[in-house]
Write a protein that binds this ligand. Structure first.
Ligand code: SF4
Length: 451
């Protein structure tokens, strides 16, 4: 409901409904133009407290409370003010020397949420209904309904059999300059940046043999982005891995491959070929990844499509707003050969430019995951991180499965100086949640447009 007036919102609130979305109205703009939260955020510098309202990650009352503590002025229950005297870019409004943002709220009632959920279960998810589901599920009981619906779709389409995969890092060096601000490669602490040191071929094969012994059923070779190309290295590695195993093999080196190598990978049945979008919000992408190029990534994804390959994609919660996250997830529709979609959650890494940035909220990732399941019933879906230490952890296997994740989980992670082996604990948690771990090699399945 763009451009809702305070009066209408008050009426909605009186009707006992809950916040579904936040829009901003800036009264100095002619005709009280209103825009979506993400559009406003892109166009104007928004105080952090107000941004929290936009992202739906804090109840609006909490945002108000924080605003007050930070000497933001509170004009009414529906208003967040910016700091006194701070100039608003563009056409901000000044009242007695104080600039104000008027934050309007729209609400979703139970019926609207239920309708959106019913449509989503039937396979109809557009951005508007995704936003309704996302904002509406900020209430725990509605989040439970959303998760239940997503898990039901997963069970119906993919069943309750899980397969375990291994991720081998880093098979190619990342040559981006500058490194992404959230990546450990940008850390000034050597022990942190070393985590992503490239593996020698021998080390990569050793890691793969280890993972095979642990019972994984697919392997993903993960490397960095090299704008000059990693073709030769990738071809050699794939040939050597094929000598070790026939298991399904995926590759994730970003847009570092030529059209000829992509076609070769498709012939070799290397799938999926990952290229993480991270965020479709150009500005947020450029801010987080100053050495990277969103358009090069999108062009590479189109190249994989044209070549008949299967695509993998990752959307990051923590780049841009929650609206951006949902837009990024739904942008997978542009690429009908997508078979794998993961949602990562930003965690600050020591020594990086973003070490003090607020981390992404896991409940947001889980709600986005459930909406992704409703939008893409037959994809391999999950959080990018599989936390298993604590079953109560929101990133745990149990939480993911509850929210519709499946049916492949990364169980072995191989790095230069470290191996993470979660096979036994994932087996335990999966069994407790009523899932079988497949003993058979994973078939390739689940394209948006199956072929
Ligand atoms: S492209 Fe990947 S490996 Fe390279 S800096 Fe960014 S996150 Fe790190």
């Amino acid at each position: 409901m763009v451009g809702a007036s305070s009066k209408n919102e008050a009426n909605d609130r009186n009707a006992g409904s809950t916040i579904v979305s936040t829009y901003v109205t800036i009264s100095a703009i002619p005709a009280r133009t209103a825009m979506t939260a993400s559009a406003a955020r892109r166009s104007y510098r928004v105080p952090a407290a107000v941004r929290r309202c936009f992202d739906g990650e804090a109840p609006i009352a909490l945002a108000h409370h924080r605003a007050r503590k930070r000497l933001f002025r509170l004009r009414s229950p529906l208003t967040c003010g910016s700091t006194s005297g701070r100039p608003l870019p563009g056409r901000g409004v000044f009242l007695g020397g104080t600039a104000f943002w008027f934050v309007a709220r729209t609400f979703v009632d139970d019926r609207t949420f239920g309708d959106a959920l019913g449509q989503a279960v039937a396979g109809e998810v557009d951005l508007e209904s995704a936003l309704t589901l996302f904002r509406g599920s900020s209430r725990p009981e509605r989040a439970a309904r959303l998760f239940g619906a997503a898990a039901g779709v997963r069970d119906r389409v993919l069943g309750r059999t899980l397969e375990l995969s291994a991720h081998i890092h880093m098979v190619t060096r990342c040559e981006l300059s500058a490194s992404c601000k959230y990546c450990s490669l940008s850390s000034t602490i050597p022990s942190v940046s070393d985590e992503r040191s490239p593996l020698a071929l021998r080390e990569a094969l050793q890691g793969i043999r280890y993972a095979l012994r642990r019972g994984v059923r697919s392997i993903v070779l993960v490397g960095g982005t090299d704008p000059d190309g990693s073709d030769e290295q990738v071809r050699t590695l794939v040939e050597r891995v094929r000598e070790v195993t026939d298991l399904p093999l995926g590759i994730d080196v970003g847009p570092s491959l030529s059209a000829a190598t992509v076609r070769w990978l498709v012939r070799e049945k290397v799938r999926p070929i990952y290229c993480s979008m991270e965020t479709i919000n150009e500005k947020a992408f450029a801010d987080a990844k100053p050495g990277d190029d969103l358009w090069a990534r999108l062009a590479f994804m189109e190249l994989v499509e044209r070549s008949g390959g299967r695509l993998g994609n990752i959307a990051m919660n923590g780049l841009g707003s929650a609206d951006d996250l949902l837009e990024t997830i739904l942008a997978s529709r542009r690429f009908p050969h997508t078979t794998h979609l993961h949602i990562s959650t930003f965690h600050p890494v020591p020594g990086t430019p973003w070490e003090r940035r607020r981390e992404g909220a896991l409940p947001v990732s889980l709600r986005a995951l459930a909406i992704a399941r409703l939008a893409f019933p037959n994809l391999e879906l999950g959080l990018a991180e599989v936390g298993v230490e604590n079953p109560g952890d929101l990133a745990s296997v149990h939480s993911q499965l509850l929210a519709g994740a499946g049916n492949t989980l990364a169980a072995v992670l191989v790095y230069k100086r470290m191996r993470v082996d979660n096979v036994d604990r994932i087996r335990e948690q999966a069994a407790a949640a009523g899932f079988d771990i497949s003993a058979a090699p994973a078939p390739v399945r689940g394209a948006i447009d199956p072929r």
